[in-house]
Design a protein around this ligand. Structure first.
Ligand code: ADP
Ligand code: CDP
Length: 203
């Protein structure tokens, strides 16, 4: 069984996926972390982020560890996880995610994982696992999302809101609900409320 949880930036995908996966006793996989890892390695190498040929040599060392408690991403034996949610990576990741060669590599990593699992990102329900029997798409207003993320970033709420809105715009191509996804506005719900809504639907 595969459950897909897609949605816009900071809509709660990874927290909700972790909660749902733990309740089901299965792993979850955060696809955005792979795009973030390639972006971090590209920035550190001084690569042009829009140039796939500069990024492709960086991919073989990258490995995702899909633990139920929280995903980790490694480059060979170096744990990148703590550095993947910086404002610098936020600013470059959509450029990397627009490259078909990088998307193909991420998709192959995800499809190689054994089911059952919960997969979260932008195109899990539409592109990577189109035959998944259970699909969800999380939304919330830009202000609500910025207020949530402000607890995790040094910038103020208007700056975070502007950056989120810009990233949503850049991600439009790959971020749309699958026709058979249940869309959940997380704005009025607590984190546990969203998790319970999904678990109730699965039962
Ligand atoms: P995403 O994976 O979509 O970027 P996260 O899971 O990182 O989103 O959530 C962003 C922040 O919002 C986290 O601090 C998380 O705890 C918080 N959060 C997520 N969903 C809710 C909710 N329904 N109510 C309140 N806070 C939430
Ligand atoms: O957590 P947040 O929503 O801020 O971001 P994320 O899920 O970690 O995704 C980071 C970026 O990766 C997104 O802004 C997209 O550009 C890209 N992404 C994607 O294109 N497709 C996915 N399945 C997941 C992420």
């Amino acid at each position: 069984m595969i459950v897909t949880i897609d949605g816009v930036a900071a809509s709660g995908k990874s927290s909700v996926s972790s909660g749902v996966a733990q309740a089901l006793g299965v792993p979850y996989v955060s696809s955005g972390l792979l795009y973030r890892a390639v972006t971090l390695l590209g920035l550190n190498a001084g690569a042009e982020l829009a140039d796939a040929s500069a990024l492709l040599p960086l991919l073989p060392g990258v490995r995702l560890e899909p633990l139920a408690s929280g995903n980790r991403v490694w480059n060979a034996d170096h744990d990148l996880t703590a550095d993947l949610h910086s404002t610098r990576v936020d600013g470059g990741v959509s450029t990397v995610a627009a490259l078909p060669e990088i998307r193909e590599w991420v998709d192959a990593q995800l499809r190689a994982l054994p089911a059952p699992l919960v997969a979260e990102g932008r195109d899990m329900g539409t592109n990577v696992f189109p035959h998944a029997p259970h699909k969800f798409y999380l939304t919330a207003s830009p202000r609500v999302r910025a207020e949530r993320r402000a607890k995790e970033r040094p910038e103020d709420i208007p700056a975070i809101e502007a950056a989120l809105t810009e990233r949503d715009r850049q991600d439009t191509t790959q971020s749309a609900p699958a026709p058979d996804a249940r869309v959940i506005d997380t704005g009025p719900l607590t984190l546990q409320g969203v998790i319970d809504t999904i678990l109730a639907d699965l039962r």
